[in-house]
Design a protein around this ligand. Structure first.
Ligand code: DAH
Length: 333
């Protein structure tokens, strides 16, 4: 029995796989196995012998069973570890790549104009889009009932407040803040008018207001800076043309055209902004001494610049968010 035990334990110990372990179990413990054969000897023994012999065989059987179970668990664990080693699980998430953004063409135009004026020492001012009648009109020399108000059909929310019809009220707000000192600002922003939308009209559009208040300013300063600006935006061989016009907040007032070449080579003039010397009433209302201070001002139509710069045929394109349209401006600025 002792020999049988050593033999069985040795075989179990040396086994490297589950299949041969099973053969060992069959060899020792199955119906025809060596242990079962031993049991068969019991029938020829007397009762005392049978008892001790029987117990010993049982102990031997248990020992072998335990060794088999232990080895089986060990082999199964080894097999599992081996599988883990071979099956590499990639725990990384897929790379998340977001498409790179770019600026809306109107913002690109505004940034370009801002760059130009910041280089000339101007700063950027802002005002509210929901504006008072007082700042939108009265402070700009358009008293209640002034006929020129009719040029700017407006969205009123109550009798005293409206969506601003132009960025000019930022002039008045900034002048009051400056409290009599010199001022050089530009104010980009959205403006609103009651208009039916079509290829050349939009009820919402953008302007860039400009204002310079100082001593000894005259019309040639205005003309010089506007010519420089046109060259900065459209290229060095642009010319500008000034036509007399009327705005209640400037005197004299002009409309400014920039030279263009049509596709067939014909030169034309296209209007891009209004400008003028700030009206003494506007300076006085904003607490400047109009006998000493002078100012020039201008209001640029942002869509007009973008339309001319990028050859766009419908102003509504800027507002309908068609990605095919907008994608054309990727990386322009
Ligand atoms: N506010 C005018 C408009 O919306 C544009 C304008 C013209 C602004 C002349 C100015 C200016 O500052 O001097 O039509």
């Amino acid at each position: 029995m002792e020999q049988l035990k050593l033999e069985a334990l040795k075989q179990i110990e040396e086994t490297k796989d589950l299949q041969s372990l099973e053969s060992i179990r069959i060899a020792f413990l199955s119906k025809k196995g060596s242990i079962t054969e031993l049991m068969k000897q019991l029938k020829d023994m007397n009762p005392d012998e049978r008892k001790t012999f029987g117990e010993s065989v049982n102990v031997l059987k248990q020992t072998i069973e335990e060794a088999l179970t232990l080895k089986k668990t060990q082999l199964e664990n080894d097999a599992l570890l081996e599988t883990f080693k071979n099956e590499k699980v990639d725990i990384h998430l897929d790379e998340i790549s977001l498409p790179k953004g770019y600026r809306h063409p109107l913002i690109q135009v505004i940034r370009d104009v801002e760059d130009f004026f910041i280089g000339k020492g101007f700063s950027i001012a802002e005002g509210p889009e929901l504006e008072t009648d007082h700042f939108n009109f009265e402070m700009m020399n358009l008293a209640k009932g002034h006929p020129a108000r009719a040029m700017q059909d407006s969205f009123y929310v109550d009798p005293e407040r409206l969506l601003r019809t132009h960025t000019s009220p930022v002039q008045a707000r900034s002048m009051l803040e400056a409290n009599g000192s010199d001022l050089a600002i530009i104010c980009p922003g959205k403006v609103y008018r009651r208009d039916d939308d079509d290829p050349t009209h939009s009820h919402q559009f953008m302007q860039i207001e400009g204002l310079y208040v100082s001593d000894d300013l005259n019309f040639s300063h205005l003309k010089g800076i506007l010519l420089d600006m046109a060259k900065h935006i459209f290229g060095p061989d642009r010319k500008i043309r000034l036509r007399p016009s009327y705005f209640p907040f400037t005197e004299p007032s002009v409309e400014v055209d920039v030279s263009f070449m049509k596709a067939d080579g014909t030169p034309i003039w296209i209007e891009v902004l209004g400008a003028g010397m700030v009206h003494p009433n506007v300076l006085t209302m904003a607490n400047y001494d109009a006998s000493v201070k002078r100012g020039f001002a201008f209001g640029i139509g942002v869509e007009r610049i973008a339309i001319l710069k990028y050859f766009i045929d419908d102003i509504r394109q800027f507002y309908i968010n068609d990605k095919r349209f907008l994608d054309q401006f990727k990386g322009v600025i």
